[in-house]
Every structure is written in C-alpha cells, then in structure tokens.
Design a protein around this ligand. Structure first.
Ligand code: PGA
Length: 250
C-alpha cells in the first residue's frame, strides 16, 4: 500500500504575520494518521514553520541549489543547508520554475541529484500546457519530462522520490483535470516506471496538482493511481487544507 501524501505549496505567499497565523491553523487541525502531510513555505519562513508545526507535518523547500554542499553560489540555498534546517523534501521542476524562471532539464537533473545526495526527497513536478494537451501531446510531454530524470540518474532514484503530475492549464486557474483525465496520465506514468522497474512503479507515490480543493479532492484521490495531491492556493487556508488531507485519508 502506498501511503498518500498531501503537500501544500505556498509559492511566493506570506509575511511573518500571515505565516504565524497559518502555522497556528495547521497546529489546530485534526489530521488523519494514514496520510503524510507536508508544506512548502517560501525559504525565508522555513525555520519559522519547522519550529511552529511540530513533527506531524513535514516541511519542504520549493527550490534548492544544483550543488549539494554550501559554497560560493550567490543567492542559492544548498540542499545540505535545507536538510540541516530540518527540511525533508524539495520541489523539483515546478512548471512556474520551468516556464517563468526558465529552468532547463539539465538544471533539474542536477537539483534532483543534489537533493537526494543530502537525504531530501525530491518531488518531481511534470505536466503539459494547454496547447500541448489540445495537440494531444500530453503523454509525450509528460513521458519526456520523466525520461529526462530516468535517463540521467536511473530508475532507482524513484525509490526515494515523489512525482507530481500538474497540468499547467489547471494550476491556479480553477480548472481541474477530471478524475479520469488525471488517472489516465497517472496510469501512463506508472506504466513508464514499470517498464524499467516494477517494484519502483508499484511503490512510487504519484500526486495530482492543479486547482485541488476540498470540494474535488475526494473524487481525485479515489482514483487508483492518484496517491494524494500537491496543493497551491487552497493550502494557504488551514481549514481547507485540513479538509483535503482528510479526503486523502478516506
Ligand atoms: P494550485 O497550484 O492548487 O493553486 O492550482 C498547484 C501547484 O502549482 O502546485
């Protein structure tokens, strides 16, 4: 059995004050014991969140450096520093970083490897744009993004990684993939992993992300290959986030 994960990606949101309020809201939640819960605050607030939320909620970083260890790399944070702060996970390849910042596959491969070298679990985000979906290229694009990591680092790296399928057209738009649309892609991802290693495919958690909220979470998480969610906007509201976590526990 794969243990579901619900992860909140706070993106570039928050102030010391709003983060303190969100921490308090998270502490007050009744979380289901069978679900792994994580939040990804802006790096500036990682220490505050780790001190605030206790051990029940894991904390991850939204980004980390291409090099594992600290050194001369202005503006970056080494995965070893994140691990030292108490982080457990790191997002790699979120579409906002691929598209807006322009992170290349070569950079993502280095970030993924550096994070794992420091004991962090990479959450690899993959997904197609609306244009690509309309051109019926979804599986090709997602397959290529996944293969880029497999070809460079080997299938075994997914024994300690999570994959998040996030259709770009569904992120922050209020448009959600239907449970069946999401399931179809998740099933294809799992088959692609299985072609290389059946055990890794069986055990790897595949999260769905893109306008997940309490109202649609249960239906999405009910699909056989959807093992939880990566939640953006709705994770900034503790009660809403808690309801999504409970949906993953049912
Ligand atoms: P959203 O974001 O839930 O606000 O659509 C998801 C994400 O980008 O991880």
């Amino acid at each position: 059995m794969r243990r579901p994960i619900v992860a909140g990606n706070w993106k570039m949101h928050g102030t010391r004050d709003s983060v303190a309020k969100l921490i308090k809201g998270l502490r007050d939640l009744a979380l289901p014991s069978g679900v792994e819960v994580a939040v990804f605050p802006p790096s500036l607030y990682i220490n505050q969140v780790i001190e605030g939320v206790g051990k029940v909620i894991a904390v991850g970083a939204q980004n980390s450096a291409i090099e594992p260890e600290q050194g001369a790399l202005t503006g970056e944070i080494a995965p070893s520093q994140l691990a030292d702060a108490g982080c457990k996970l790191v997002l790699v390849g979120h579409s906002e970083r691929r598209q807006i910042i322009g992170e290349s596959e070569a950079v993502l491969i280095r970030k993924f490897a550096a994070a794992q070298a420091c004991g962090l679990t990479p959450v690899l985000c993959i997904g197609e744009t609306l244009e690509e979906r309309e051109a019926q290229k979804t599986l090709e694009i997602v397959g290529r993004q996944l293969d880029s990591i497999i070809d460079a680092l080997g299938i075994e790296v997914f024994a300690n990684a999570v994959i998040a399928y996030e259709p770009v057209w569904a992120i922050g738009t209020g448009l959600t993939a239907t449970p069946q649309q999401a399931q179809d892609v998740h099933e294809a991802i799992r088959k692609q992993l299985a072609a290389k290693n059946a055990e890794v495919a069986q055990n790897t958690r595949l999260l769905y992300g893109g306008s997940v909220k309490a109202a649609n979470a249960a239906e999405l998480f009910g699909m056989p290959d959807i093992d939880g969610g990566l939640i953006g906007g709705a994770s900034l509201n503790a009660d809403e986030f808690g309801a999504i976590c409970r949906a993953a526990g049912n």
